[in-house]
Design a protein around this ligand. Structure first.
Ligand code: NAI
Length: 286
């Protein structure tokens, strides 16, 4: 029987979320996505107009089907959390039921259960600022959007996840090694995400036999990465210094996620899996 996946953090065909959706679809999973509310209209109209059709092609020649797109803002857990200025914001007014709890309820109503949960989202409003210049609000916003959003998603989806299921997030080596330029508390947010991966693996494993892992991905020219401003340099650095001297493709991360989500990884939980051409293992650049 085919599995069902919910992938949070897909708003175009350039990021890791899209690539993960494709690899899961190629392996036979049904695909549901959660798209950030302000990006929803462009994403849905681009999908409808066929703008992503070339990137929808799967290895067997068929096109990936996205069964349903849910509006989502993962910094809000339930309607009581939503402040007035967001409620009345034009970019949110056209959508409804986009808090984490409401999205999980909608997925339950529509499909009953899922097998795979993917968190492929992050946001740090002060990411271009060094940590020493980051405000308290900027730091907390990075943690809220990039770390707690995962705790919240897993908490709300866990009751509808089938035992044996798998949950995956995306992290970055800046959590454990100094990467100047990955600021605004984003390095802190990834450190929290990795630590939470271990604790959540224990809690979700004991509670519902769900595995919890995170992929530490190498650099990819996604929309989010371009906003940080140093992505081309990181890609060049990796090609120059990693054991495997090639550009990392989003598909390589997608395929690793499909492995982690599959029964082939049935004893793997609580881990950080590096999918970065081996760059993490280098001590010096050569
Ligand atoms: P992306 O731009 O494709 O994905 C980020 C997504 O997060 C976007 O679709 C955005 O709309 C969404 N988002 C932001 N705030 C949100 C919120 N409050 N609620 C719901 N959605 C929200 O970029 P990318 O790079 O593929 O990012 C996916 C994950 O991969 C992130 O966790 C990122 O930190 C991680 N990653 C990216 C690397 C890179 O070089 N691109 C390297 C290592 C990890």
């Amino acid at each position: 029987k085919g599995k069902r996946a919910f992938i949070a953090g897909v708003a175009d065909d350039n990021g890791y979320g899209w690539a993960i959706a494709k690899s899961l679809a190629a392996a036979g999973a049904q695909i549901l996505v959660g798209t950030w509310v302000p990006a929803l209209n462009i994403f849905e109209s681009s999908l409808r107009r066929g703008k992503f059709d070339e990137s929808r092609v799967l290895p067997d020649g068929s096109l990936m089907e996205i069964t349903k797109v849910y509006p989502l803002d993962a910094v809000f857990d339930n309607p009581e959390d939503v402040p007035e200025d967001i409620k009345t914001n034009k970019r949110y007014a056209g959508s409804s039921k986009w808090t984490v709890q409401e999205v999980a309820e909608s997925v339950k109503e529509d499909f009953g259960t899922i097998d795979i949960l993917v968190h492929s989202l992050a946001n740090g409003p002060e990411v271009t600022k060094p940590l020493l210049e980051t405000s308290r609000n900027g730091y907390l916003a990075a943690l809220s959007a990039s770390s707690y959003s995962y705790v919240s998603l897993l908490k709300h989806f866990l009751p509808i996840m089938n035992p044996g299921g798998s949950s995956i997030s995306l992290t970055y080596i800046a959590s454990e090694k100094i990467i100047p330029g990955y600021g605004g508390g984003m390095s802190s947010a990834k450190a929290a995400l990795e630590s939470d991966t271990r604790v959540l693996a224990f809690e979700a494993g004991r509670k519902r036999k769900i595995r919890v892992n995170t992929i530490s991905a190498g650099p990819l020219r996604s929309r989010a990465a371009k906003a940080i401003g140093f992505i081309d340099m990181m890609i060049d650095y990796s090609i120059a210094n990693a054991p495997l001297q090639k550009e990392l493709s989003a598909d390589e991360v997608g395929n690793s996620a499909a492995f982690l989500a599959s029964p082939l990884a049935s004893a793997i939980t609580g881990t950080v899996l590096y999918v970065d051409n081996g760059l993490n293992a280098m001590g010096v650049g050569v």
